[in-house]
Design a protein. Structure first.
Length: 126
Protein backbone atom coordinates (compact mmCIF):
# COMPACT_ATOMS: atom_id res chain seq x y z
CA UNK A 1 0.00 0.00 0.00
CA UNK A 2 1.57 3.27 -1.08
CA UNK A 3 0.70 6.87 -1.93
CA UNK A 4 -0.31 6.03 -5.50
CA UNK A 5 -2.71 3.31 -4.34
CA UNK A 6 -4.31 5.78 -1.91
CA UNK A 7 -4.51 8.37 -4.68
CA UNK A 8 -6.21 5.87 -7.01
CA UNK A 9 -8.66 4.99 -4.25
CA UNK A 10 -9.57 8.63 -3.61
CA UNK A 11 -9.82 9.58 -7.28
CA UNK A 12 -11.84 6.48 -8.14
CA UNK A 13 -9.35 4.62 -10.30
CA UNK A 14 -9.00 0.85 -9.97
CA UNK A 15 -6.38 0.07 -7.32
CA UNK A 16 -5.09 -3.06 -9.09
CA UNK A 17 -4.94 -3.65 -12.83
CA UNK A 18 -3.08 -6.34 -14.75
CA UNK A 19 -3.05 -7.42 -18.40
CA UNK A 20 -3.78 -11.02 -17.39
CA UNK A 21 -7.51 -11.00 -18.14
CA UNK A 22 -8.90 -14.45 -17.35
CA UNK A 23 -12.53 -13.88 -18.27
CA UNK A 24 -15.14 -11.24 -18.94
CA UNK A 25 -18.90 -11.00 -19.17
CA UNK A 26 -20.63 -8.37 -21.27
CA UNK A 27 -24.09 -7.76 -19.82
CA UNK A 28 -26.76 -5.26 -20.84
CA UNK A 29 -25.75 -2.70 -18.19
CA UNK A 30 -22.27 -3.73 -17.05
CA UNK A 31 -19.05 -5.25 -18.28
CA UNK A 32 -17.35 -7.51 -15.73
CA UNK A 33 -13.66 -8.32 -16.14
CA UNK A 34 -11.67 -10.80 -14.04
CA UNK A 35 -7.91 -10.20 -13.85
CA UNK A 36 -5.44 -12.41 -11.98
CA UNK A 37 -2.02 -11.27 -10.80
CA UNK A 38 0.65 -12.75 -8.55
CA UNK A 39 -1.02 -11.49 -5.36
CA UNK A 40 -4.62 -10.56 -6.19
CA UNK A 41 -7.60 -11.58 -8.29
CA UNK A 42 -9.58 -8.52 -9.35
CA UNK A 43 -13.17 -8.58 -10.53
CA UNK A 44 -14.15 -5.15 -11.81
CA UNK A 45 -17.59 -4.10 -13.08
CA UNK A 46 -17.85 -1.19 -15.48
CA UNK A 47 -20.93 0.62 -16.72
CA UNK A 48 -21.51 -0.16 -20.40
CA UNK A 49 -22.74 3.42 -20.96
CA UNK A 50 -19.45 5.20 -20.25
CA UNK A 51 -17.17 2.59 -18.62
CA UNK A 52 -17.40 4.14 -15.15
CA UNK A 53 -16.19 1.84 -12.39
CA UNK A 54 -19.26 0.55 -10.55
CA UNK A 55 -17.72 -2.15 -8.34
CA UNK A 56 -14.29 -3.55 -7.68
CA UNK A 57 -13.54 -6.75 -5.73
CA UNK A 58 -10.02 -7.81 -4.83
CA UNK A 59 -9.32 -11.27 -3.42
CA UNK A 60 -6.00 -12.70 -2.32
CA UNK A 61 -4.78 -15.42 -4.69
CA UNK A 62 -3.69 -17.36 -1.59
CA UNK A 63 -7.00 -18.74 -0.30
CA UNK A 64 -5.45 -19.42 3.12
CA UNK A 65 -4.91 -15.66 3.66
CA UNK A 66 -8.61 -14.99 3.05
CA UNK A 67 -7.97 -11.29 2.33
CA UNK A 68 -10.64 -9.42 0.42
CA UNK A 69 -11.59 -5.86 -0.45
CA UNK A 70 -14.83 -4.74 -2.09
CA UNK A 71 -15.31 -1.18 -3.31
CA UNK A 72 -18.62 0.18 -4.64
CA UNK A 73 -18.79 3.50 -6.48
CA UNK A 74 -22.03 5.46 -6.83
CA UNK A 75 -23.61 8.89 -7.26
CA UNK A 76 -21.32 10.03 -10.05
CA UNK A 77 -21.16 13.80 -10.54
CA UNK A 78 -19.51 15.74 -13.38
CA UNK A 79 -16.09 17.20 -12.60
CA UNK A 80 -14.92 19.00 -15.72
CA UNK A 81 -14.46 16.33 -18.39
CA UNK A 82 -14.48 13.56 -15.75
CA UNK A 83 -17.15 11.78 -13.76
CA UNK A 84 -16.46 11.49 -10.02
CA UNK A 85 -18.14 8.98 -7.70
CA UNK A 86 -19.13 11.01 -4.66
CA UNK A 87 -20.14 7.94 -2.68
CA UNK A 88 -17.88 4.97 -1.99
CA UNK A 89 -18.41 1.94 0.16
CA UNK A 90 -15.29 -0.02 1.01
CA UNK A 91 -15.26 -3.33 2.87
CA UNK A 92 -11.87 -4.78 3.80
CA UNK A 93 -11.57 -8.15 5.53
CA UNK A 94 -8.90 -10.58 6.62
CA UNK A 95 -9.05 -11.65 10.25
CA UNK A 96 -11.51 -8.86 11.01
CA UNK A 97 -13.79 -6.72 8.87
CA UNK A 98 -13.57 -2.97 8.30
CA UNK A 99 -16.41 -0.98 6.71
CA UNK A 100 -15.61 2.45 5.28
CA UNK A 101 -18.17 4.85 3.84
CA UNK A 102 -16.89 7.88 1.95
CA UNK A 103 -19.29 10.66 1.03
CA UNK A 104 -17.58 13.53 -0.80
CA UNK A 105 -19.35 16.88 -0.38
CA UNK A 106 -16.78 19.04 -2.19
CA UNK A 107 -14.23 17.90 -4.72
CA UNK A 108 -11.92 19.30 -7.37
CA UNK A 109 -9.12 17.95 -9.49
CA UNK A 110 -5.80 19.43 -10.61
CA UNK A 111 -6.26 22.71 -8.77
CA UNK A 112 -3.55 24.23 -6.60
CA UNK A 113 -4.38 24.09 -2.91
CA UNK A 114 -3.32 26.57 -0.29
CA UNK A 115 -3.24 25.67 3.38
CA UNK A 116 -2.65 28.52 5.77
CA UNK A 117 -1.50 27.88 9.29
CA UNK A 118 0.29 29.71 12.04
CA UNK A 119 3.60 28.52 13.42
CA UNK A 120 3.28 27.97 17.19
CA UNK A 121 5.08 30.60 19.28
CA UNK A 122 7.04 27.99 21.21
CA UNK A 123 8.57 26.63 17.97
CA UNK A 124 12.28 27.40 17.65
CA UNK A 125 14.08 27.27 14.35
CA UNK A 126 17.41 25.43 14.30
Amino acid sequence: FDFYTLQDLLIGNPVFVTNNIVSYRDGPQSLSVLMVGDIFKHLISLSTDDFRVMHSKLDDVDIQRNRTCAISFSNYQPMGTYQFATQRKIVVAEKSKLDINLDFKEFSLNEPLKYTFEVPKNYKRK
